[in-house]
Design a binder for this molecule. Structure first.
Ligand code: PMP
Length: 347
């Protein structure tokens, strides 16, 4: 086993939430969409299947061109990834030498720590000011990368643009704004790409587009950086089905406009009854909410009891999170089942 790099042997593997294909399970644990994707995506995937004998177009050109129109960013400043995790991995691989620093604010998306371990990067977690504000002064410790999910995961917090700008102006290296959940907050820093050369924005089709199973993400950055990232990108990172299935909904204007509506309404409706039960529920701009209980034992009991009743939510063991559960916002029916089971368990 000494052929394996020391940093890999020392690291723990990332643990995703439980997968479950059973349609009877109310699956609110991985922030996927419980609403169906655009029917055009399904038709496009079926049509693309006839071409599977041939390799896909290596740079996902049609997808980048369709994304350019929707996001008003030139296709030359967009990279397609096999999920946004792929873009994040490419960034770490491309920008961090062993021993370099990367930073985020705690709590954050835990895959960043896994990536740091993979590339032997010294990953530092700063504290938010109060519950979830970006502090006025940040101890960057010469970090090559600063990673910021926006809205934050797993809290759902949304940050004022001036705070993101301050980060961009004071960070010594790149600031990666991970906008996996941005469609549910309506806030994006994509227009800042022209202003800040150190800004990278990451997007995904796994949440608002309802295509988590297709594995498609996008990275937006200045062309010089993308040219370097190209060197480490797996040149067939998106298969034909993924490219076709992601292009189609970008062109489906009606569906795209309606897309985050169900989640935003469900999120608004989910908060008051939980707060009436005396629980802390953090304000969220994402497709999930973080609920805090009186203690760890209660959070764990509720998580496990919900699971035994066919409702999956996410439980974390990290610092300051072990008394919380994270609940993805599902359809109206999902949320009724969740609320009923939940209230029965609390009584
Ligand atoms: N960023 C954040 C903040 C996430 O929560 C997730 C989903 N786990 C991702 C990125 C990865 O999404 P994708 O499915 O596009 O790899």
């Amino acid at each position: 086993m000494d052929v394996v790099r020391t940093c890999i042997r020392k690291m723990s593997a990332y643990i995703p939430g439980d997968a479950a294909d059973d349609p009877k399970v109310v699956k609110l644990n991985q922030n996927e969409s419980r609403f169906p994707p655009s029917p055009r995506a399904i038709r496009a995937i079926e049509a693309a299947a006839s071409g599977l004998a041939l390799y896909p177009e290596s740079t996902s050109r049609a997808l980048r061109e369709a994304a350019a129109k929707v996001y008003s960013v030139p296709a030359s400043r967009i990279m397609a990834g096999n999920g946004s995790d792929d873009i994040l991995r490419i960034l770490f691989q491309c920008c961090c030498d062993p021993g370099d620093r990367a930073m985020a604010f705690y709590p954050s998306y835990s895959y960043y720590a896994t990536l740091a371990d993979m590339y032997d990067v010294d990953y530092r977690l700063g504290d938010f000011a109060g519950d979830s504000a970006i502090p006025d002064t940040v101890q960057f410790d010469a970090a090559t990368l600063v990673v910021l999910p926006h809205p934050n995961a797993p809290t759902g917090a949304v940050f004022p643009e001036r705070d993101v700008r301050r980060l961009l102006e004071t960070a010594p290296g790149l600031v990666v704004v991970d906008e996996a959940y941005a469609d549910f907050s309506g806030q994006t820093v994509l227009p800042l790409l022209d202003e800040y050369e150190n800004l990278v924005v990451v997007r995904t089709f796994s949440k608002s587009y309802g295509l988590a199973g297709l594995r498609v993400g996008l990275g937006f950055a200045r062309e010089e950086l993308l040219a370097e990232m190209e060197k480490v990108r797996d040149f067939y990172n998106l298969d034909r089905l993924a490219q076709a299935g992601a292009v189609a909904p970008l062109a489906d204007n009606v569906w795209v406009r309606r897309r985050p509506g169900g989640v935003v309404a469900g999120r608004g409706a989910a908060l008051p009854p939980l707060r009436e039960l005396g629980l802390t529920v953090y304000p969220s701009g994402a497709n999930f909410i973080l609920v805090r209980f009186r203690d760890e034992a209660e959070a764990k009991r509720i998580f496990e009891s919900l699971r035994s009743r066919g409702v999956l939510v996410r439980y974390f063991t990290g610092r300051g999170l072990a008394d919380c559960i994270r609940v993805s916002i599902g359809t109206e029916t999902d949320m009724v089942v969740f609320q009923n089971e939940f209230e029965a368990l609390l009584e």
